[in-house]
Design a protein around this ligand. Structure first.
Ligand SMILES: [Cu+2]
Length: 485
């Protein structure tokens, strides 16, 4: 068993030593000016500020519906002799995972993930890449069919892009589908610091079945040790932050759609784990990937789809039920912040005496977990402070109280009355009184339903085992030795 990178114990120790870090820099300054070419009048896609995506989206003059990159933006381009010119800038940035957790990350054009590149099958694209990092880099266009010399594996397909240099990549898009871009130079570090982006290619012939809302995000994991503000690229397994587009719940933008609309959710995975992504109530079709939108005969009906490392998956569905539906990774520790891995299990343990003793050493210490971990979020709500720049394990409050989630969790908000193309958050769902789970009794013996007690002779000691006489054969076990038959 590998030694833990984070544990509740470490968090408590850090909580006891105040002011490890002086105040972090205030608002992250989007560093777009000077790096991104101005939007041509003909390109209808606006370039929203990274932290506030546009409230509405309109069709591009080439006919496609632009994707909505959660908490992100689409990179504007200029047209030069019929070629779409994009410009990526690799650089260090200030990033906020959620209020209370900021870090020095690396990204493109001011953000992680970098801006989404959108184009149309058949387009010729010219992509400038300027390196403003302190080390060399390159860009690999993940899943895109192109000449070998533009594939971006530094040292193999091209020289490294050294600090200060600008390289250019140019190719014609022969396919459509959901793709990604990321460095292929010191990849472990550069990915761990957040260098990644989406590359969406829309079909030239349009969509055979029209899409009304087209969402896209990348899955990622981060090792941001408590009280620090640079991700640790040496961590291989014990990550503490699990993100959709580099944000954790509750900072991840909600998805919205109207009942009857068809939504597509494009999900790419540049993390180090596979993620079973689950959408509540609305079964979806898995309809595509890096390979484009699959023929309908290949679509699969699912409610949870594993998006493997390095893969992209497109999910589509038509919403029938209004409400606030959870959309999350089903690995329960991926919907949480920092979590202890090697502390003794406190559930069922009366910690009354211990708590007072620990409080002598760590003022403000609160024992937690006797009847479960949910009380942890209550303590956070009561104002218990953790280490600097470190998010609590579970965060987010809904209309009925703590949601007890963090990390890879957001909502699909379905409403009957949304305007087409309007992405404004409609607020919490207003539940019809006749369709809401409600309390009907305070009596634990209410209605006395059938319950089983399979081990009535064992008593109350959970460690006690029924004794089996040595001479007696265990039923259902074949005691014959090999060769006796
Ligand atoms: Cu996961």
């Amino acid at each position: 068993m590998e030694s833990p990178r984070y544990s509740r114990r470490h968090l408590l120790q850090l909580a006891g030593s105040a002011g490890l870090l002086a105040g972090l820099p205030r608002a992250a300054q989007a560093q777009h000016e000077g790096h991104v070419m101005p939007v041509p009048a003909s390109a209808a896609t606006p370039a929203p500020a990274a932290e506030s995506p546009a409230a509405t989206l309109t069709r591009h003059p080439q006919g496609y519906l632009p994707v909505r990159t959660l908490n992100g933006w689409t990179l504007p381009y200029t047209l030069s002799g019929g070629v779409k010119e994009f410009h990526l800038v690799a650089e260090e940035i200030e990033h906020e995972f959620a209020p209370g957790s900021r870090a020095k990350c690396w990204g493109y054009n001011g953000t992680t993930p970098g801006p989404t590149i959108e184009a149309v099958e058949g387009d010729r694209v010219r992509i400038f890449v300027t390196n403003r990092l302190g080390e060399w880099t390159s860009v690999h266009w993940h899943g895109i069919d192109l000449p070998n010399g533009y594939d971006g594996v530094a040292g193999l397909n091209q020289p490294h892009i050294k600090p200060g240099e600008t390289f250019v990549y140019e190719f014609t898009l022969k396919q459509h589908g959901s793709h990604m871009y990321h460095p292929h130079a010191d990849e472990m570090t550069q990915l761990a610091f957040g260098m990644m982006g989406l590359f969406i290619i829309h079909p030239k012939a349009g969509e055979s079945l029209a899409i009304d809302r087209d969402y896209a995000f990348l899955l990622h994991n981060w090792a941001l040790h408590p009280g620090t503000y640079r991700p640790d690229p040496t961590v291989m397994l014990e990550f503490g932050l699990w993100t959709f587009n580099s944000k954790v719940f509750p900072a991840i933008e909600h998805l919205v759609m109207r009942t009857g609309e068809r939504a597509r959710i494009r999900i790419g995975n540049l993390s180090m784990w596979n993620h079973p992504i689950h959408l509540h109530s609305n079964p979806f079709w898995v309809t595509g990937s890096d390979g484009g939108r699959w023929p309908q005969s290949q679509w699969r009906r699912e409610v949870t789809e594993i998006v493997g490392v390095g893969q992209m998956r497109d999910l589509e569905f038509v919403a029938t039920e209004p409400g606030d539906w959870a959309l999350h990774c089903h690995m329960s520790h991926h919907t949480m912040g920092l979590m202890g891995h090697s502390i003794p299990n406190p559930i069922g343990v009366d910690q009354n005496g211990v708590e007072a003793e620990i409080r002598k050493l760590l003022p403000g210490y609160a024992a937690m977990g006797k009847s479960g971990m949910a009380e942890h979020s209550e303590h956070i709500a009561m104002g218990l402070q953790g280490p600097a720049n470190t998010l609590p394990m579970m965060t987010g409050v809904g209309p009925f109280g703590s949601i007890e989630m963090g990390g890879m969790f957001t909502l699909m908000k379905v409403r009957d009355d949304l305007k087409a193309g309007d992405y404004t958050d409609p607020g919490w769902y207003r539940y019809p009184k006749s369709q809401l789970a409600r309390k009907v009794s305070d009596d634990p013996n209410f209605r006395d339903p059938p319950r089983r007690n399979p081990y009535p002779t064992v008593g109350t000691n959970p460690l006690a085992q029924p004794t089996v006489p040595k001479t007696e054969s265990m039923p259902g076990v074949d005691h014959a030795q090999p060769g006796e038959h």
